[in-house]
Design a protein around this ligand. Structure first.
Ligand code: PMV
Length: 327
C-alpha cells in the first residue's frame, strides 16, 4: 500500500532567541524562547512510504539534497517511526532561500513531521509533533503554532503554545535579504561552540527567563515599545555570545549593519519598528502594520540590501490535501 501525505509550514523568527542546548541527545534547548510565525514564506513537504529506492530520498526544490540534510531527515523519521520503518521519499519546496538565516529549518522540519505523521499511523496531537520536530531543529517546534509563540524549556520536555493569535496583534515582519548564499556554519554546531567557549554563555542562559517574562508582558499588554526593547537587547546578547566564541561566529556583513542603522534612523523618526537578526546576515524588521510601507521603502533603499520580503503573522503547520503548483 502506498502511503502519501502533504503538509505546509511557515518559518518563524525568534524575538527571544534560542541559542544553546541543555541536552544534545534529545536536542533540548538550554532556555525558553519566543517567536513570530510568518505567513508569506512557506515550505511544502510531501512524504511517501515506501520510497521506490531502498533508502530514504530527499529532493529540495526539485534537486537531490546534500548528504547532511538527508541524514537529518532520516534521523527525524527514525525518531518518529523507529529504525525499522519503510524508506521514505521526501520532496520539499520552499519559496525562499534555504540555510541562509531565514529559518528554513523551522518550516522544513515542522512540515516534514506533519506530513510524515499523516502518511503513517501515529498519534497526532500538536504538542507531541512539535516535540518531535524540535528534536530535529529546536526552532521547528514553534512552527506548529500561529501568531506569537512561546517555547518553555524548564521541564523534562519542551512545552510550546501560541500566546497571541495571528489576528490578535497583527505585526508585520520585513526581511531585508543581504546575502542569498548558505551560511558558513550551521546553528547547531555554532551553538555547541558558543556553549564550550564563550565566557558570556552562562550569563546569557541565566538571563533568558527574565527576558521571556518581559516579552510575555509586552505581548499581553500589546506594548510595542517594550517588545522592541527586549527583542533588540536579546538579539544583541545572542550575537555577543557568538562573537565571543572561539573561533568567533560572525554572521553579519556590511549590509546587515546598514540595515540596523536604517532601523535606528526610523526609530529616531518615531516609526514603530525594531530589528532582530538570526544565524545569518539578514535583517528582520518587526513593525506595526501602519509602519510597514515606510519600513519596506527604507530597507529597500539601504546599501547592500538585495531584496525585501514583507510578511504578516501566519498559521501553524498543517496538512494539505494536495500540493499546489504540482510541487
Ligand atoms: O532551530 P535551529 O537549530 O536552526 O536554531 C535556531 C537558532 C536561531 O534562529 C538563531 C534562534 C531561534 O530561536 O530561532
Amino acid at each position: 500500500m502506498r502511503m502519501l501525505a502533504h503538509a505546509v509550514a511557515q518559518p518563524n523568527i525568534a524575538l527571544v532567541k534560542y541559542w544553546g542546548k541543555r541536552n544534545l541527545e534529545e536536542n533540548l534547548p538550554a532556555a525558553g524562547s519566543m517567536s513570530v510565525t510568518l505567513d508569506a514564506l512557506w515550505t511544502r513537504m510531501s512524504v511517501e512510504f515506501p520510497a521506490a529506492a531502498a533508502a530514504d530520498t530527499l529532493s529540495v526544490n526539485g534537486l537531490e539534497s546534500g548528504r547532511e540534510m538527508q541524514a537529518r531527515v532520516s534521523a527525524c523519521l527514525d525518531r518518529m517511526l523507529g529504525g525499522s520503518r519503510l524508506p521514505a521519499a521526501v520532496r520539499s519546496e520552499s519559496n525562499f532561500p534555504i540555510a541562509a538565516g531565514l529559518a528554513s529549518s523551522s518550516s522544513a522540519f515542522a512540515a516534514l513531521v506533519m506530513a510524515a505523521s499523516r502518511a503513517m499511523p501515529m498519534p497526532h496531537d500538536t504538542l507531541s509533533l512539535a516535540r518531535l520536530a524540535g528534536a530535529a531543529s529546536g526552532s521547528a517546534a514553534r512552527s506548529f503554532y500561529e501568531g506569537i509563540v512561546e517555547l518553555r524549556a524548564g521541564g523534562e520536555q519542551i512545552d510550546v503554545r501560541s500566546i497571541s493569535a495571528a489576528k490578535e496583534w497583527p505585526l508585520c515582519v520585513i526581511v531585508a535579504v543581504t546575502a542569498e548564499g548558505p551560511k558558513a556554519i550551521g546553528s547547531g554546531d555554532a551553538m555547541i561552540r558558543s556553549a564550550a567557549t564563550s565566557p558570556f554563555y552562562r550569563s546569557w542562559v541565566e538571563r533568558q527567563d527574565a527576558d521571556l517574562e518581559l516579552g510575555r508582558q509586552a505581548v499581553r499588554d500589546k506594548d510595542f515599545e517594550k517588545l522592541a526593547a527586549v527583542s533588540e537587547h536579546n538579539c544583541l546578547k545572542m550575537h555577543s555570545v557568538m562573537w565571543t566564541s572561539r573561533p568567533p561566529i560572525v554572521y553579519w556583513n556590511e549590509a546587515t549593519l546598514n540595515g540596523m542603522e536604517t532601523i535606528r534612523e526610523l526609530q529616531r523618526r518615531a516609526v514603530p519598528v525594531f530589528f532582530t537578526i538570526d544565524a545569518g546576515p539578514q535583517v528582520k524588521a518587526i513593525c506595526l502594520p501602519d509602519a510597514c510601507g515606510a519600513v519596506v521603502s527604507a530597507l529597500a533603499a539601504t546599501a547592500g540590501v538585495k531584496r525585501v520580503i514583507s510578511s504578516g503573522l501566519g498559521r501553524g503547520a498543517r496538512e494539505l490535501d494536495d500540493l499546489p503548483d504540482g510541487a
